[in-house]
Structures are given as structure tokens and as C-alpha cells.
Design a protein around this ligand. Sequence first.
Ligand SMILES: [Zn+2]
Length: 127
Amino acid sequence: MGTGTDGEIKRRKLSKAERLQVYDKCNHRCAYCGCDLEYKNMQVDHAQPLRCGGADEMNNMLPACRSCNHYKATLMVEKYREYIEGIPDRLNRDSIPFAVGKRFGVVSENRKHVVFWFEEIGIEVGE
Ligand SMILES: [Zn+2]
């Protein structure tokens, strides 16, 4: 939202009641990272992006923080997971401070399977 990344694809303007319904889905946390989310900072994410054929409907909408909404952008949920799980690879490849920090033990890699908050709390999306 706001970045125009969905281009010409039409998205419905949500009523306040609908926005609140999205906000209430994940216990007022971001559906992805699980950070506490204030209503005014919530962005409405389409779990399956509109441009990938996702429906502009409530069961495809999740509350997201600005950062998750920005990084997920037009990625499907599984691609977003791969993107996050691949961050250590990209840091190893691109970041000299990360490599130096690892050698000195001031940063460390934490490889793990990423589980999104909405999955932890058992929310079903899309399809
Ligand atoms: Zn988030």
C-alpha cells in the first residue's frame, strides 16, 4: 500500500469496519513478524498478492507492519519465507561488517525455519 507496487491492479478501499476486522485477525500483531502493531501503523497485506491472482477479499488480507509489507511487497507467503531464510546467505555474500563481526563473535548466524505469526496462531489465508 502506498508504494503503488500493485500498479494498475484495482484494490477495493476498505471501510473502517473492514480495516478493524483485519486488525483484529492476529491479536494486534503483524501477521508475519509478530511485532506489536498499532492500528494507525497497520498496513493491509494481501497474503496472495493481487498481481499473482490473489483475491481482494477479507480471507486474503492480513495485518502487516510497514517493514514486512515493504519486504514482502508482491511476494507470495512462501517466497517471503525463502527471502527471510536467505538473509544470512546474502549477508555472507555482501556484507564485510557481517563477516568481520562473525570472526570476532559479535554477530552470529541463526539459521532456522521461519514460521510466521499468523501460522503460529492458526490463521488460514487465501484460496
Ligand atoms: Zn512485521
